[in-house]
Design a protein around this ligand. Structure first.
Ligand code: PRP
Ligand code: URA
Length: 208
């Protein structure tokens, strides 16, 4: 089950807002960050806890504390940056590993152009951020890079996933789970998700 579509009413409402063509850049950015928070909440639901004893005002008590691997968040440039602040609101101690990948407009193939990753990836949960899982090429390329540098616990957060991208991710990386705010119908002839959001990078950065 590599792709898990969130059904929560808040998530469905917010994705619906993003689909409006006339939405301002400011609002698109804010809602993208909010969805980043909600996706993170779901994707971390199985993080392990341990019990530690603390001194409470009423005396010593046992409290739960996160005990698993530390986290690195991996935004795929550019558009993944739009989700980053929301994710870091939820996991403020995470390291940030940046991966730059541009999708070639003619071939739709991913073209990596930069990476700056945390060094101890084998000891971290890597959470990859990209609003759009279209053909899946960019996500698969980022995940392959993370694996080549030692990451073993990899999760992905996307706003919208296309069936084509889900199939590609499942085939290449069946061990990676992906949480999506929406699963849409298909890709058009230019590799854009239908109904989708349009060009997520342009909408987050206000370009074009
Ligand atoms: C977009 C999007 C994803 C990718 C998805 O990035 O942000 O990274 O396309 O498509 P795929 O699943 O077919 O690879 P783009 O290359 O347009 O760059 P940008 O984020 O800089 O706008
Ligand atoms: N990249 C986007 O930004 N949007 C799509 O629909 C597909 C790829």
């Amino acid at each position: 089950m590599p792709v898990i579509e969130l059904k929560h009413p808040l998530v469905r409402h917010k994705i619906g807002l993003l689909r409006e063509e006339g939405l301002s850049t400011k609002s698109f950015r804010e809602i993208t960050a909010e969805l980043g928070r909600l996706l993170t909440y779901e994707a971390t639901a199985d993080f392990p806890l341990e019990t530690v004893r603390v001194q409470c005002w009423s005396g010593p008590i046992d409290v739960p504390r996160l005990s698993g691997k530390k986290v690195t968040v991996v935004p795929i440039l550019r558009a993944g940056l739009g989700m980053l602040d929301g994710v870091l609101d939820t996991i403020p101690n995470a390291k940030v590993s940046v991966v730059g990948i541009a999708r070639n407009h003619a071939t739709l193939q991913p073209e990596p152009y930069v990476d700056r990753l945390a060094g101890d990836l084998h000891a971290r949960t890597a959470i990859v951020l990209d609003p759009m899982l279209a053909t899946g090429g960019s996500m698969n390329s980022a995940i392959a890079l993370l694996k080549s540098r030692g990451a073993t616990d990899i999760r992905a957060l996307v706003l919208v996933a296309a069936p084509e991208g889900i199939a590609a991710l499942t085939a290449a990386h069946p061990d990676v789970r992906c949480w999506a705010a929406a699963v849409d119908s298909r890709l058009d002839g230019n590799g854009y998700i239908i109904p989708g959001l349009g060009d997520a990078g342009d909408r987050i950065f206000g370009t074009r």
